[in-house]
Write a protein that binds this ligand. Structure first.
Ligand SMILES: Cc1ncc(COP(=O)(O)O)c(C=O)c1O
Length: 276
């Protein structure tokens, strides 16, 4: 079952108007919450980001946190799944097409679940290959908006070059992937772009930062240069879907010694413990 504006109904029966601003302008935000053993992982952090996204684009939050939790737990229960993702989307609602925010329009709220694909074991055994590309996104990458065309086009470059992800470079600095955050390691020092308007504040990024801090692993929250990426001993990409995944090839060249990183192994294991 999916959720649309107060009703639970089969996904195929969810219909929204063509005048919905989510459809017309991509005027909408979303959230994706991983669920393991029927329990949402880092739910509070996802809800906090959802509320922040709404705030930033001035859509009034249609639900209290408790009401959001209620919708999420109903969706989980009705999915009959134990390992799934919950996708939530809020648009500014339906209105005559005009760029300015409409007055008196209620937001459209949509939710659906999907079975969480079993992680491809090769990802953690062999590692991933990525390519770099110029970041062509807008200046508010910190808001989780559905208008993802630049990310979609960037990801297609990864697909067409037979790699797993694109790492986006702006003015020579490594910011994040098309749908992941990026960490590099050099001589035991971890580096990752800081949380500002140029990256999405990934919940998985925060979990990895928490793990690093708890284990006294030095972290510099500063965007690495492209040269530092090329010269790194290890590169990791993080997201709710990929968790913390090792990258062994960047632009066709091996990362470090071309094997899975030692520090990555440690962080990966600590991440798995957190999931339990
Ligand atoms: C651009 C971008 N960066 C990073 C992430 C990772 O975020 P999270 O760890 O919350 O899944 C995503 C996830 O969709 C993303 O789209």
């Amino acid at each position: 079952m999916a959720y649309l504006n107060g009703d639970y109904l089969p996904l195929e029966e969810c219909k929204v108007s063509v005048l919905d601003r989510g459809f017309i302008f991509g005027d909408a935000i979303y959230e994706l919450i991983p669920v393991y053993n029927s329990k949402p992982f880092y739910l509070e952090a996802h809800l906090k980001r959802l509320v922040r996204s709404l705030d930033q684009i001035q859509i009034s939050n249609p639900h209290s946190n408790d009401a959001w939790k209620h919708i999420i737990s109903n969706l989980i229960e009705q999915s009959g799944l134990t390992r799934l993702s919950v996708y939530l989307q809020v648009t500014r609602g339906v209105a005559k097409r005009d760029h300015a925010y409409p007055a008196n329009t209620s937001p459209t709220v949509f939710g659906m679940t999907n079975e969480w694909p079993a992680v491809n074991p090769d990802m953690y055994k062999k590692g991933l290959a990525v390519v770099t590309a110029e970041d062509m996104r807008w200046g508010r990458c910190d808001i989780k908006v559905t208008s993802l065309l630049a990310n979609v086009m960037s990801k297609q470059q990864a697909v067409e070059s037979n790699t797993d992800e694109v790492i986006l470079i702006r003015d020579g600095y490594v910011l994040e992937g098309s749908a992941t955050n990026v960490f590099i390691v050099k001589d035991g020092q971890v580096m990752s772009a800081p949380k500002n308007n140029l990256i999405l504040p990934g919940v998985t990024r925060d979990v990895v930062v928490e793990i690093l801090n708890e284990n006294n692993i030095p972290l510099l929250e500063q965007a690495p240069t492209q040269a530092q990426l090329t010269d790194a001993d290890e590169v990791w990409i993080t997201s709710s879907t990929k968790e913390c995944a090792p990258v062994i090839i960047v632009d066709g060249k091996p990362v470090g010694n071309g094997k899975l990183g030692e520090l990555w192994g440690k962080v990966f294991n600590l991440y798995q413990q957190r999931k339990k």
